[in-house]
Design a protein around this ligand. Structure first.
Ligand code: UD1
Ligand code: CA
Length: 478
């Protein structure tokens, strides 16, 4: 068998999405609807893959340039029906010297993200085995409303009739057309020139090709989808959320099979690009977006969102939002921690409760345990940043860098006014506002010296609860 040609129809406007984004560019599991269909189509190794886009398909084109530059797009400026869309795709290929005759042509739609490669492989296999010139992927729905109905005579599919054109008897048929097909290339090329627009929608129906091929004595079969969710089309936001939930369940089932523990798969959302090692544990309400990777033994969640993050072995990350960050092996993050792009937490490091870190690299074993902001900093290894410390990186115009050495002890409640360098092994006193570099090994104290005004309360606040308490204390001292 020659490698197939795949045509994906995606020129529809998707008005029911009520969106400024073209329907096929909506995403589930971190990939566009169209991207999912292309991914499934790639498993049958097409020689050419053509996507038919609608008028003004610029954003679809730009998206495909980025995610699947090997795909060809054809613009259908007038939406004259599924048959018309396939016809212009074929004409486009012929103009470019592609020999279609010998190849199977697989037609898909861009809004069926749950389609699997396995379904396509099965459809092509049965198509070839039956010696068919057309094979229609079908399923049975309890409520087939809106779909084209499959008209059979024994094993032969003799026609497909659209809901709007069907008789009340035909509307009783529960076997429906998924809108996905394999055709013999030459047969399709010939039959498609015979389409007319004598139907309720005034469109060229691709489905009419089935009756044309049957009347020529060709074999047309129906291939039942192995899983009816495979052909679920997305027309509105409710169907989008349904498909997303099915995709989530499939992805989670695969990771659990691969050795990942999930306490609550229903609240765990993992994008297609994530990589998880065996013995990762995900707690409820964990969301892993983009190419996030998690090494063995790490525990993530509850209530954590990681976007394009790397988490090392045996790390724990709780109640955290982190994007474009690296969390070292054995590190401890959270709860309630916000890690922004460019953050690196070293091995066995810590970013604790109510800590925000941006564009800063922390060496191995360094800790920011409580209530701090660290921005634009390089911190060595084995360093501890005291509770409530702020890296004052912004002078109102520019961001400035702070360098903190190895084994430094920054006291609690410090302000480190960047740009500044704190040398290896240095200490700073609690409550300091550090405005100058601190040499290695020294103690910096940068705060007003304390003075006590004795008996001030007795003189200035006589008769108050404070004054009475003070009086009792002085008496008991006597
Ligand atoms: C079509 C089928 C119907 C099937 C259903 C499955 C026809 C005539 N009917 O009906 O039997 O049950 O799909 O969902 O084919 N498109 C274009 N250009 C066009 C028209 C459509 O690219 O001119 C694309 C749409 O973007 C969509 C797909 O083709 O991805 C199907 O079009 P749609 O209008 O949704 O077809 P249905 O009426 O649902
Ligand atoms: Ca239609």
């Amino acid at each position: 068998m020659r490698p197939p040609i795949v045509i994906i129809l995606a020129a529809g406007e998707g008005t029911r999405m009520k969106s400024s984004t073209p329907k096929v560019l909506h995403e589930i599991a971190g990939r566009s609807l169209l991207g999912h269909v292309i991914e499934a189509a790639a498993t049958i190794e097409p020689e050419h893959l053509v996507v038919v886009v609608g008028h003004g398909g610029e954003s679809v084109n730009a998206h495909l340039e980025e995610v699947a530059p090997w795909v060809i797009t054809v613009e259908q400026t007038e939406r004259n029906g599924t048959g018309h869309a396939v016809r212009i795709a074929l004409e486009f290929l012929v103009e470019r010297g592609v020999e279609i005759g010998e190849s199977p042509v697989v037609v898909l739609t861009g809004d069926t993200p749950l389609l699997t490669g396995a379904s396509l492989i099965n459809m092509l296999k049965q198509h070839v085995e039956a010696g068919a010139q057309a094979s229609v992927l079908t399923t049975e729905f309890d409520n087939p409303f809106g779909y084209g109905r499959i008209i059979r005579s024994g094993n032969q599919v003799v026609g497909i009739v659209e809901e709007k054109d069907a008789t009340s008897q035909q509307r009783e048929i529960r076997e429906i057309n998924s809108g996905m097909y394999s055709f013999g290339g030459a047969s399709l090329q010939e039959a498609i020139t015979g389409l007319n627009r004598n139907n309720s929608q005034g469109e060229e129906y691709l489905t009419d090709v089935i009756a044309i091929l049957t009347s020529r004595g060709e074999t047309v079969i129906g291939v039942t989808a192995q899983d009816s969710s495979d052909i679920l089309g997305i027309n509105d936001r409710a169907q989008l959320s349904c498909a997303a939930a099915i995709m989530r369940d499939r992805i989670n089932a695969n990771w659990m099979k691969a050795g990942v523990t999930m306490l609550d798969p229903a609240s765990t959302w993992i994008d297609v690009d994530a990589e998880l090692a065996p013995d990762v544990t995900l707690l409820p309400q964990t969301i892993l977006r983009g190419p996030t990777s998690i090494e063995s033994g790490a525990e993530v969640g509850p209530g954590t969102t990681l976007i394009s993050a790397e988490v090392g072995a045996n790390a724990t990350v709780r109640h955290t939002w982190a994007e474009l960050v690296v969390i070292g092996a054995g590190a401890n993050v959270g709860p309630y921690t916000y890690l922004r792009p460019g953050t690196v937490i070293g091995d066995s490091g810590k970013a604790g409760a109510f800590v925000e870190i941006k564009n800063s690299q922390l060496g191995d074993g360094s800790k920011v345990p409580h209530l701090s902001y660290v921005g634009d900093a390089t911190i060595g290894s084995g360093t501890n940043i005291g509770a409530g410390t702020i890296f004052v990186n912004y002078d109102g115009v520019e961001k400035n860098h702070t360098t903190v050495g190895d084994q430094v002890r920054v006291g609690s409640d410090n302000m480190l006014i960047a740009p500044i360098v704190i040398g290896d092994g240095a200490y700073t006193a609690a409550g300091s506002v550090i405005t100058e570099d601190v040499p290695a090994g020294s103690m910096a104290v940068a705060r007003a010296k304390q003075r006590n005004i004795l008996d001030w309360v007795l003189r200035k606040r006589p008769g108050t609860g404070s004054a009475q308490a003070a009086q009792r204390a002085t008496q008991s001292d006597k």
